[in-house]
Design a protein around this ligand. Structure first.
Ligand code: ADP
Ligand code: MG
Length: 678
């Protein structure tokens, strides 16, 4: 039998798809319950309690408890020591999964051999791979891992016929995810996801517990949180109190500690007020996602609540208030994920073509995938993003990689990273991949490196030389990654004179330039003469109201110099698109070697944000943008569009010549963005 398993931080659920009723259904555990606590308790006797029994023990404080270990998935530093053994989160997950499967088999009377396991959408590659391994270690086939909010949307939407854009708001025990899904006639299309993985029901528990403990401390001048066993009990109790507050308007939190008994009334209104900041934190995540996807509340048909913590009345009230949309709660909130997984399991390799034909699922990746590479100026390592977050999966991108001339290496090391930052050490380093088996005669061998996300959002790296696939071996990521913060010295060995250089000069041709044209053309003429050479190509672009290519890429510097005297303000005519960076970027797109854009302007540009966006694209394409301004030009704007350090220069008309000459020298020395990457 195929099963879907919601392997939750705090609770887990198993479900299957019933072909008779064409509906997913939860398989109860041996206590007849739908939810099994994700808790393991190691007793001194060596006995291991799992689920319900372990949770009881946790409250009693006996044995060694492992709870919320899902938060440690894929983290090599997370471990639980018990009875002389060390367990990783992955191993703990295997213990739990085995028990879940065993109990489901007992109550259903059917053997489970294939499973779909759910994971939070934000789970990175290491966490996903760990989850797959944890499942496989149970002796079952892991058909797929699927994102929890996607699973919830599937169980909710797989039979919906109208077109809808649903926001899945998933607030669990320790995590929060928001995912936007388009549902239409069985097509489940995830368009974006964002999360905060340290925010969840536990934070609400903590607010309750701290409220009561603070008051106890005030009353008796003793802090019950100082005693670990008492604290453990209080953590468990505070969750129960929180659930009570979902049903009633107030509770009395009782603390017994060191012979004292404190009773503290807490109303729902107090609780809601004290935890409002947590809901605001979920809104931050929503806002970010909607901004990324350029969506407004008007674009959202409804909000689907998911995860146990959305039972708190404050959640739907808050969401209604901030969104004005319909908020859907069904009794199934914390079963929807397991049911969606069960449907997915059935879909997968299903013989029921009716179901298969009815439902199509497409998902996105929550993290950008990048590779460690060298910055444009050659001075530091950066995370070069290759597949952007919220890309549809599976996704695959091939990147050409050229081994420097004279370099006879027989292997290439590739570090893969997940994260949004340019700074490698801010990202998760996934793997060190070593590519071997290629022919390299030292003449500047070209290799293609492919980076991909499979449909589980799991990362793969592959490499080709021509049509031949090369060996790619994963090596353990070194513990010491400080080199990533250092200077990539080995890059400096390149012989700069041989490197192909591409320089595009973008000249402001707005009306205000009229009195400056003579000095401008003379400064640019000298610049071109100084930087010209066998390996250097130039392009010339004018901009003002409109953008125009005056001369396309050419190695003949005289062609550029010859065009300069004809430059006239307003020669391009009226228009609205006044940013030259996109045009220059596309002119550089297929040029080998280093790429640079030198922009000269005497004023601020109309579409400033647009220009900043184009500059960012240039940066991502490893183009060095140098922005020179004079007159009305605004220094902060120059800084925003420059992509290299020291690339924003404010000068005066009379110093224009010497400014250009300084830049020309820097280019010739290879010290301004002109060192070939890799
Ligand atoms: P996870 O998937 O992270 O394990 P769940 O979706 O199962 O989480 O949700 C568990 C969380 O939901 C816990 O923090 C639990 O306290 C909370 N929760 C469950 N039921 C209620 C309720 N009736 N009122 C308030 N919180 C609840
Ligand atoms: Mg959950």
């Amino acid at each position: 039998m195929k099963a879907g398993i919601d392997l939750g931080t705090t609770y887990s659920t198993v479900a299957r798809y019933d072909r008779m009723t064409s509906k997913p259904e939860v398989i109860l555990n041996r206590f007849g319950k739908e939810l099994t606590p994700s808790v393991i308790c190691f007793l001194d006797s060596g006995e291991i309690l799992i689920g319900e029994d372990a949770k009881d023990m946790q409250a009693g404080g006996a044995g060694i408890n492992a709870a919320a270990f899902k938060r440690g998935m894929g983290n090599p530093n997370f471990s639980v020591e018990a009875n002389g053994k060390t367990y990783s989160a992955e191993q703990l997950s295997t213990i739990l999964l085995k028990e879940l499967i065993k109990e489901a088999e007992e109550t259903s009377g059917q053997k489970i051999d294939q499973v779909v396991i759910t994971v939070p959408a934000y789970f990175n590659d290491l966490q996903r791979k760990a989850t797959i391994r944890a499942g496989e270690a149970c002796g079952v086939k892991v058909l797929k891992i699927i994102n929890e909010p996607t699973a919830a949307a599937i169980s909710y939407g797989y039979k919906h016929s109208e077109d809808k854009t649903i926001m899945v708001y998933d607030l669990g025990g320790g995590t929060f995810d928001v995912t936007i899904v388009k549902v239409s006639k069985g097509n489940i299309d995830v368009i974006g996801t964002e999360g905060n993985h340290i925010l969840g029901g536990k934070d609400w528990d903590a607010v309750l517990m701290n409220n009561a403990c603070d008051r106890f401390n005030e009353e008796f001048e003793e802090d019950p949180r100082d005693d670990p066993a008492t604290k453990n009990e209080l953590i468990v109790a505070s969750e129960d109190y929180k659930r009570l507050l979902t049903k009633s308007d107030s509770i009395t939190f009782i603390i017994k500690y060191n012979g004292h008994t404190g009773r503290y009334d807490i109303t729902r209104a107090d609780f809601d007020a004290g935890t409002k900041y947590l809901l605001n934190a979920t809104k931050d995540v929503i806002d970010k996602l909607m901004a990324d996807l350029k969506l407004q509340w008007g674009d959202i048909s409804e909000i689907l609540l998911c995860g146990g913590s959305t039972r708190m009345p404050q959640v739907s009230e808050y969401l209604k208030q901030i969104s004005g949309r319909e908020v859907i709660t069904h009794q199934d909130t914390d079963l929807a994920v397991a049911k969606g997984a069960a449907i997915t399991a059935e879909l997968y390799a299903s013989t029921d073509t009716r179901l298969r034909g009815d439902v199509r699922i497409s998902d996105v990746t929550a993290h950008s995938l990048g590779a460690l590479s060298v910055s444009i100026d050659g001075n530091k390592y950066v995370n070069e993003i290759i597949i952007k977050r919220n890309s549809k999966i599976p996704a695959s991108v091939k990147k050409p990689f050229r081994i420097q001339e004279g370099n006879m290496t027989d292997h290439i090391e590739v570090y893969t990273l997940q994260g949004e930052s340019r700074v490698p050490t801010d990202c998760v380093v996934l793997a060190k991949e070593v590519i071997t088996g290629f022919a390299n005669d030292g003449s500047g061998t070209a290799i293609d490196i492919g980076y991909s996300y499979d449909e589980n959002s799991v990362v793969h790296v592959y490499a080709y030389q021509g049509d031949e696939e090369l060996h790619v071996d994963s090596e353990p990521v070194p513990e010491d990654l400080t080199f990533m913060s250092g200077n990539p010295h080995d890059m400096a060995a390149a012989d700069d004179s041989k490197i192909a250089r591409n320089i595009i000069i973008c000249v402001d041709l707005s009306r205000s330039m009229k009195p400056s044209m003579e000095q401008v053309t003379s400064a640019i003429t000298d610049f071109v003469k100084t930087t010209a050479g066998e390996n250097t190509k130039f392009g010339l672009v004018g901009f003002g109201d409109k953008v125009g290519v005056i001369r396309d890429m050419t190695a003949d510097s005289d062609v550029i110099i010859g065009a300069l005297p004809d430059l006239k303000p307003n020669m391009l005519g009226r228009g609205t698109d006044g940013c030259p960076l996109g045009t220059a970027e596309s002119m550089l797109a297929n040029q080998p070697g280093v790429k640079m854009i030198v922009v000269l302007t005497d004023g601020e540009w109309g579409k400033r944000d647009f220009a900043v966006g184009e500059a960012l694209n240039c940066r991502n394409s490893h183009i060095a943008v140098v922005a020179i301004g004079f007159g009305e030009a605004d220094t902060s704007f120059l800084k925003q569009i420059a992509t290299v350090d020291e690339g924003a220069v404010y000068t005066t008309l009379s110093s224009l010549g010497s400014t250009f000459s300084t830049i020309a020298t820097a280019i010739n020395n290879g010290s301004m963005g002109l060192r070939e990457r890799k």
